[in-house]
Design a protein around this ligand. Structure first.
Ligand code: SAH
Ligand code: SF4
Length: 364
């Protein structure tokens, strides 16, 4: 028998009310309809393929003080590091040898010239030494248009900058009130990424204290109206050494935050169809099977951590972040085994770009 969710999902365009309903329904049957539909849409628009990105956490030095983040500038307990250039390049080439099509270079937000030029050299070296075969995604925070352009021209082609929440009011609550943390600057940065030529990704944290289903529905509508190419989103997970740790009592239970995150992924897939959606690491913190469940709910990008072990322990955005293991192929092989039974495969050595990006570029 058709559920209410089935009839909502057969409509062409979902309204805010539909989204709020789909995020909130407690009916098991309806939940399954949602995930099933998302998986169908993924297969139809992106195929049955999951793309790999080796995640390299370049530096935990950050000029910002986001109230939720463990490596915020004011956390004096953090041992700060920046990976030496040759180690970043080394990790990228390791990813290439393991048939990863791409790397993601993520970092605390640094806008100093030394950092900007160092990353430019690293991008160029990765492009040269992989003979152009390794894709490069960046996630290094808000930068000027000139910096984005410099990194794009050096050879990076995708960039992830989460809006964190599309509600300006909630954004103000989870950030300090100063010139480093302005909602309008975040928006402008997203515009600038697109101007520079990047496949542009964004995302939000899910289950923030005070966040409502209406806020999350607005987030999805924001992804649609901004015509975003990629999405990286996951549950909010508290970190003891942050101002938001004290807000724990207002948090949804971990299992509910996890479930809400899966629904957001499923809805993003159903609404946006051909964008790339990552199965974020934070999902795995709340459920050991979290990333597989995310793939079944519509995600198509998987990002094993390849940061050298001695540094990775100092890149703690939130508590309980999974440990880095020596050989990411253990995780990939496990993923492959699981996917095989589900009719999905891994896109080894493929960039796995956002199909949506190219459709938009051709259209314009
Ligand atoms: N500095 C860059 C990239 C590193 S942070 C930036 O901020 O864009 C990457 C993402 O980690 C952030 O966008 C945020 O959404 C997420 N993050 C930070 N603290 C978190 C927490 N406590 N729980 C879940 N995600 C968190
Ligand atoms: Fe810095 Fe990013 Fe953490 Fe904010 S979320 S404090 S910008 S690393």
């Amino acid at each position: 028998m058709k559920t209410l969710v089935d009839s909502i999902l057969t409509k062409g365009i979902l309204t805010k009310d539909d989204l709020v309903y789909l995020l909130s329904t407690k009916e098991e049957k309806e939940k399954h309809s949602l995930f099933r539909k998302a998986n169908q849409v993924k297969k139809e628009h992106c195929g049955n393929v999951v793309y790999l990105r080796g995640l390299i956490e370049l530096s935990n030095i950050c000029r910002k003080d986001c109230n939720y983040c463990g490596i915020r500038k004011s956390n004096e307990k953090v041992v700060r590091y920046t990976l030496p250039e040759d180690e970043v390049i080394d990790r990228a080439l390791f990813a290439l040898r393991r048939d990863f099509g791409s790397v993601v270079i993520q970092s605390g937000e640094r806008t100093d010239r030394v950092f900007i030029d160092m990353l430019t050299r690293v991008i160029k070296a990765i492009r040269e030494r992989s003979e152009g075969t390794l894709g490069i995604t960046l996630s290094c925070g808000e930068q000027s248009l000139e910096t984005y352009q410099q990194w794009f021209d050096a050879g990076a082609h995708r960039y992830l900058l989460r809006i964190e929440t599309s509600s300006e009011e909630l954004f103000r609550k989870i950030h300090p009130d100063n010139e480093f943390h302005r909602f309008e600057d975040r928006m402008q940065a997203l515009e600038n990424l697109r101007k520079a030529g990047f496949q542009t990704g964004t995302g939000v944290m899910i289950g923030l204290p005070g966040q409502t289903p209406e806020n999350l529905a607005d987030d999805l509508l924001f992804f649609r109206s901004f015509d975003i190419d990629m999405i990286g989103m996951g549950p909010y997970i508290p970190h003891a050494d942050t101002p938001m740790a004290g807000w724990k009592t207002r948090l949804l239970k971990p299992a509910d935050r996890f479930e809400l995150s899966l629904r957001m992924i499923a809805l993003a897939r159903i609404m946006l169809k051909d964008v790339n959606i990552a199965a974020s690491t934070a999902l795995q913190t709340l459920d050991p099977d979290g990333r597989i469940k995310a793939i079944l709910a519509g995600a198509n990008v998987f990002m094993p951590n390849m940061t050298p072990k001695i540094y990775a322990g100092d890149y703690n955005l939130y508590e309980g972040k999974p440990q880095v293991i020596d050989d990411p192929m253990i995780i990939v092989n496990e993923l492959e085994k699981r996917l095989r039974g589900l009719g999905e495969s891994i896109g080894y050595s493929k960039w796995g770009d956002s199909k949506h990006f190219f459709k938009r570029v051709i259209k314009n």
